[in-house]
Design a binder for this molecule. Structure first.
Ligand code: NIG
Ligand code: FE
Length: 411
């Protein structure tokens, strides 16, 4: 199957060679090609270039994109798309004055979602989750990491991970699964953390690794959740079973978590609403990608990740949605990019690089996603006519996407 896209007004994020990650000043550049063509063969980008060089070949479909912009699909490296029900009541409770922490301390928050998930069948969980996956596909997401972590028992964690696997098998989206059993201590282990850590390390991680249900391991390293030492044990257990760490850290407090994540070779450290100078120094020259989740900050009114400070210090940065029922009930990466520009003072170039190339690094899919490169997956966003790609963050609440192509399939 060959599809030829012609007369593309602007082809964005063109990279002759695949780039692993972009740091600091390099994020300010977003290479584009005006008046371009792009050829898709099966699920791959097989050629692109200026219209003057457009090949005169027989294809199955030609699409004239006069006035329209084409970007690589978004890479969302941090989500919790698989969950049961919603937390709308907590949303209203927060409007009425309760904090996220107060709600958790009353037994709400993550434990509320865990209760709901325990009482939802695997089939129902799949049906609820696929609606959200289909929605983010329409919004231009072509690769997405999905975490477990609302199970908190072996049985329920396995249920979540099987749903994630089934989504990956049924949709033309790249999915990576992360085991987040260390999301919160279940009520039964409130006063016996040691026993829950043992359960995670001795039973859950080995079983999940054996059944090949996860690519990564995560923990909520935070005051009142998992300590630095507990998280380190989980990272090391994961590593022994081939699960690299991607860690929730520095969302509310800075307690030295980033250093221990870097020391243990974490692929990414995510949230980072609170970042110290020491954290920046530790991340510098590491292979760990910092990931900001600006729509979480927006939704629960907490500080935004200090992107300017980090980028000006030469760090890389990725952007992800954090789609989850408690802190970010949206996976719209267009809005994530806009929020990063509006609230974190990232330029459109920096934000788009962060949501494509650097996002791909943060979920280990750089070879296939994140840029317009020959040989990468044909996962593309086709916009409505735009004056420039600046319009995506500028007209932040408008619907700019006309069509989406994922792994060569028109959605
Ligand atoms: O990334 N911070 C930890 N985990 C999620 C929220 C979990 C929840 O409230 O359900 C997050 O924000
Ligand atoms: Fe999260």
């Amino acid at each position: 199957m060959k599809i030829l896209l012609t007369h593309i007004k602007e082809l964005v994020q063109v990279r002759e060679k695949s780039i692993e990650m972009l740091c600091g000043d390099a994020m300010k550049t977003l290479p584009t090609l005006e008046n371009a063509y792009l050829l898709i063969e099966d699920d791959l980008i097989s050629a692109y270039g200026p219209m003057a060089n457009c090949p005169d070949i027989e294809v199955d479909q030609t699409i004239n994109l006069t006035g329209k912009t084409v970007l690589p699909s978004w890479v969302d490296s941090h989500t919790h798309i698989v969950y049961a029900g919603n937390r709308q009541q907590e949303f209203v409770d927060r409007i009425n004055g309760l904090s996220y922490e107060e709600i958790f301390n009353r037994g709400g928050g993550i434990l509320n979602s865990a209760d709901k998930l325990q009482n939802t069948s695997e089939e129902d969980l799949y049906e609820q989750s696929k609606v959200r996956l289909e929605e983010v596909m329409q919004q231009g997401t072509g690769a997405v990491e999905i975490k477990s972590g609302y199970g908190l028992t072996l049985e329920s964690e396995l249920k979540m991970l099987r749903v994630i696997k089934k989504l990956g098998a049924n949709y033309p989206v790249k999915i990576k699964a992360t085991f987040l059993g260390a999301h919160a201590f279940p009520a039964a282990y409130k006063d016996n953390h040691e026993a829950y850590i043992d359960l995670l390390i001795d039973e859950m991680i080995p079983t999940i690794a054996r059944e090949k249900l996860a690519d990564y391991v995560d923990a909520f390293l935070e005051t009142g959740y998992f300590s630095v030492a507990e998280t380190e044990r989980i990272m090391q257990a994961g590593q022994q079973h081939g699960l690299i760490a991607k860690i929730h850290v520095n969302q509310f407090t800075a307690i030295g978590g980033i250093a221990v994540c870097v020391k243990n070779g974490a692929l990414s450290v995510d949230h980072l609403e609170i970042v110290t100078d020491e954290d920046i120094a530790v991340l510098k020259n590491s292979r760990t990608m910092p990931v900001a989740l600006p729509t979480c900050s927006y939704f629960i009114s907490i500080p935004y990740t200090p992107a300017r400070k980090m980028l000006d210090a030469g760090l890389p940065l990725a952007l992800a949605s954090d789609f989850n029922p408690g802190t970010t009930p949206s996976g719209n990466m267009n809005f994530v990019v806009a929020t990063a520009c509006i609230k974190m003072k990232m330029t459109p170039e920096e934000a788009i690089n962060a949501a494509t190339i650097n996002g791909a690094y943060a979920m280990g899919v750089s070879e296939e996603y994140g840029s317009i490169t020959v040989g990468k997956k044909a996962s593309l966003i086709i916009t409505k006519p735009l004056s420039s790609y600046y319009e995506i963050p500028y007209a932040f609440a408008s619907q700019h996407i006309d069509q989406v192509i994922l792994n060569g399939k028109l959605i």
